[in-house]
Design a protein around this ligand. Sequence first.
Ligand SMILES: CCCCCCCC/C=C\CCCCCCCC(=O)N[C@@H](COP(=O)(O)O)[C@H](O)/C=C/CCCCCCCCCCCCC
Length: 214
Amino acid sequence: MADVDTDFNLKVVLVNFKQCLSEKEEVLMDPYLTGWKGLIKFLNNLGAVFAFISKDVLTKVQIMEKFRNSEQKENYFSLQSMVKYEISNNLVDFQKRADHPDSGCRTILRLHRALHWLQLFLDGLRTSQEDSKTSSLCTDSYNIALATYHPWLIRKAVTVAFCTLPSRNAFLETMNVGTPEEAVEMLSDAMPFIGQVYQLSQKLFEENALLDLP
Ligand SMILES: CCCCCCCC/C=C\CCCCCCCC(=O)N[C@@H](COP(=O)(O)O)[C@H](O)/C=C/CCCCCCCCCCCCC
């Protein structure tokens, strides 16, 4: 099961998302989940106001870890094998959550959308000026990638949480990879891997009509 401690290092997250990419252009489940656990550590370091977000991510990681520890674990080896297995065995609710409320496909879809947010946010952070507001970068990315899928109450709570974010440089320092300049350099290294993981997953979900799962 997911064990989440308090240390966060951007390099660890970077390596995990890089390790997700197989030679066969699959997205491997274990490093994907480990990458998310690294991000949960970071969220936990941001304070209690972000607890409801990290709790939601943790719940989704735990759902997936359960599949990976079950008799069907080989079918959850990659996102591609998961989609093939769940669709061919009618394990996905397409219209409304009913018989399979926590399928792997709908659970990963939520993390996949959040990865899009992360991609946009990190790119904003990397390319922005020193005096840019982290809360604005966060809000802009949220509005593009996630807001459409969240009810009003969550959108409001998220907006309040964003206002508590530290300044851009303080934020970069919490990544524990050295100076803000070094953190930006690390982000530049991380982006292509996160981008590839996102693109491969997006293609998979699109081809299987899984982008709107309830
Ligand atoms: C690489 C380095 C450093 C960057 C560090 C960023 C670390 C944060 C990483 C990810 C955070 C985003 C997680 C968002 C998960 C959202 C999943 C979701 O959409 N869940 C909703 C739908 O699920 P179901 O109900 O259908 O099961 C759920 O209803 C929502 C729950 C809580 C709200 C989620 C808000 C997301 C806001 C994203 C911004 C995070 C702010 C991080 C600040 C840096």
